[in-house]
Write a protein that binds this ligand. Sequence first.
Ligand code: CA
Ligand code: ZN
Length: 300
Amino acid sequence: MKITKEHVFYSFTGNNAPAMMVDAPAQIDFETMDCFGNQLRNPEDVMEEIDWDRINPATGPVFVNGAEPGDTLKVTINSIKLNEKGTVCCLAEEGTLGDRIEGSHTRVVQVSDGMVHYMTGNGKQIDIPLKPMIGVIGVAPADGLDINTGTPGKHGGNMDTTMIGEGAVLYFPVAVEGALFGFGDLHAVMGDGEIGVSGLEIPADVNVTLEVIKGKAPEYPVLETADDFAVIVSKGTVDQACQRATELMQEMLQERTDLPFEDIVMLMSLVGNLQVCQIVDPEKTVRFVFPKKYIPGLTF
Ligand code: CA
Ligand code: ZN
């Protein structure tokens, strides 16, 4: 099964018409555009001329038969195949240093041999190892809500989280019938924080497996890798997001072990990592990451 980039949406809502209906488990190829709608693919393309209604396209949505509010959509990212070039930008009034930037600037950068071949404005090449990841990924929020694809939240969305890469497993709270899952905004590499509002934005082909877990749902997206168990929380401020992420991790660990509450607090303090995902989107995103090896069998 494959969904091409002709099937995109710009806000997560229960009102989107499905691009595809599937029975779970389903393995699907997604063709994604970059966050600029592939409008800045050449050095001569300028930000002043792009159509801002085509920003942050997400491919989909997929209606998963049998997924109902209160269930979890489990998403396994099997593989990410990046295009051979990507685009990074910075512009005035955007991002953490926006008040120091004049105008808008883009670099179109080649990607090959597992590396990003970054070229500076004064002709220096800096090679950076690829770390492919998905910026926007999620499900429709609860009935009536309509959240543009540039904003993160309980439904996922523009979380810009570097851990959302090949091999990662995500757990989303299903809020409408069919879940209406989709994603886009791949990055060849991005630093935690995404301080300049852009990763190396790049079209990609991504293969995912969708499964439904009945009868339970997380408050915010949960993420697992081979080594880590994490919750990804978006709130108005980083402080608020840190507080809620820490509370949710404590609750999840409590439900999954017989350890006394105080030991969970102390273990979270010793080996848990509160990390910034992004601080430049309408809501700020952090993650609390707990290494699985300290609690055998720890999983969603
Ligand atoms: Ca993004
Ligand atoms: Zn992006």
